[in-house]
Design a protein around this ligand. Structure first.
Ligand SMILES: [Zn+2]
Length: 115
């Protein structure tokens, strides 16, 4: 997943939600991106500003969070949260055979609208 596609996908979700609530403007949005997407928050913010320009979400405040993803070590079975940059070995046995339990991709958690 890349920054621009995340920004576009987020805006689509926001616009649909705004339509449902007959919002005139979107004031703020809280978006969670899982750490496995390896994205730069600053880059998402920049792309987001571009895709929102001229639309209902123009100038809205973007609150971006990176959620950790669960990983399980194939050597010892230890489960732990994996942060950004998936190079970490298992903290218990330093094994590098990790199975990712799957992140949630991009999620729009909440938004603030003007009706
Ligand atoms: Zn291990």
């Amino acid at each position: 997943m890349h920054e621009m596609s995340i920004a576009i996908a987020a805006l689509e979700i926001m616009e649909q939600a705004a339509l449902k609530h007959s919002a005139r403007r979107i004031l703020a949005v809280w978006i969670e991106v899982d750490a496995s997407a390896c994205v730069e928050p600053e880059a998402i913010a920049a792309c987001f500003e571009v895709v929102c320009a001229g639309g209902i979400a123009q100038g809205c405040a973007l609150h971006l969070e990176q959620s950790p993803i669960r990983a399980r070590c194939l050597d010892c079975g230890h489960e732990f949260d994996l942060g950004p940059g998936l190079e970490l070995p298992c903290p218990l046995c330093a094994g590098r055979g990790l199975r990712l339990e799957g992140g949630r991709g991009m999620v729009v958690n909440r938004m603030e609208i003007e009706e």
